[in-house]
Unconditional design. Structure first.
Length: 292
């Protein structure tokens, strides 16, 4: 993926939060203009252990077919490449989907509700939760963000947004003309187990963070969710999880300053401000777009 290494790093860290002990898997919402490789980026991670990749998600089919696998920790993350596919339905189904994802990513699902089972429901042994990583086009997000914010949906996700600068647009256009699609769109990303997991993908490792280091996450965590008019509590927790995951993939059981520095570097994308990737302003998609 051209110029999207930092976005891929955030997705990678989010997926590794599924291997942290006593930590909820981190959820991520990626927002960018159409043709910004959002869904292609997520598709690269589809084949990893612990990841369930679903294009056409509905709460009912998910509960019937997959919730037990999350209960048994076979999966810890759900990737929905395009959230719009789930919300371009009748209002009732849209509201049901948002409500379900709210519960699944935080307090957890406590029972299976489905007419496919006798009695209409089956209790689960424990609240089942998982991380959700998904994306949506900027214009579709802007049409809905106030409503989603009012029901607490957005604060449950680490927000990631970006836009291409005009120089990057030209670079990608040239690559599309000159290179094979596999070179432009990228290849599948296989996450390698760090030694600390003892070659066991189901292993969960306790990673700690010294208080004097964790305090550095307070201001950026709060700033990250400023558009949502919240206190920023979840924002700090999101960054904490990223930091713990960065230590994990570097085979450490305790966070060091290097981990904090890396997460603080990535926070330029952890907002809803559409951070520019590149050195030039984004094209306006009118007659003033440069052509070289």
């Amino acid at each position: 993926m051209i110029e999207l290494e930092d976005i891929q790093k955030i997705i990678t860290l989010a997926l590794w939060t599924g291997n942290l002990k006593d930590v909820r898997p981190l959820s991520v919402l990626i927002v960018a203009r159409k043709e910004s490789a959002k869904t292609e980026n997520l598709a690269q991670f589809a084949q990893n252990d612990g990841v369930l990749y679903i294009n056409n998600f509905t709460p009912t089919s998910f509960m019937e077919e997959y919730i037990r696998k999350f209960e048994n920790e076979e999966y810890h993350h759900l990737i929905i490449p395009d959230l719009l596919n789930c919300i371009s339905r009748q209002k009732y189904l849209v509201d049901t989907t948002i409500t379900f994802l709210n519960s699944f990513t935080e307090e957890g699902v406590k029972e299976i509700l489905s007419k496919a089972f006798e009695g209409g429901h089956i209790p689960l042994s424990k609240p089942v939760r998982g991380g959700v990583i998904t994306s949506i086009a900027d214009e579709d997000f802007e049409d809905r963000w106030k409503k989603w914010s009012s029901v607490g949906f957005l604060t449950r996700f680490l927000p990631v947004s970006y836009q291409y600068g005009q120089d990057v647009v030209m670079e990608i256009l040239r690559a599309c003309a000159e290179s094979d699609e596999s070179e432009v769109l990228g290849k599948p990303v296989k996450l390698e187990l760090p030694p600390i997991l003892s070659n066991d993908r189901f292993n969960r490792v306790k990673v700690t963070i010294p208080k004097e280091l964790s305090h550095q996450l307070e201001s950026p965590g709060r700033k990250m969710q400023s558009r949502l008019s919240t206190y920023g509590f979840r924002g700090v927790r999101h960054l904490r999880r990223l930091t713990l995951a960065n230590a994990l993939i570097n085979n450490r059981r305790e966070v060091i300053q290097e981990d904090i520095d890396e997460i603080l570097r990535l926070t330029k994308f952890c907002n809803l401000d559409y951070t520019i990737i590149g050195k030039k302003h984004p094209p306006l998609f009118k007659k003033d777009m440069e052509v070289e």
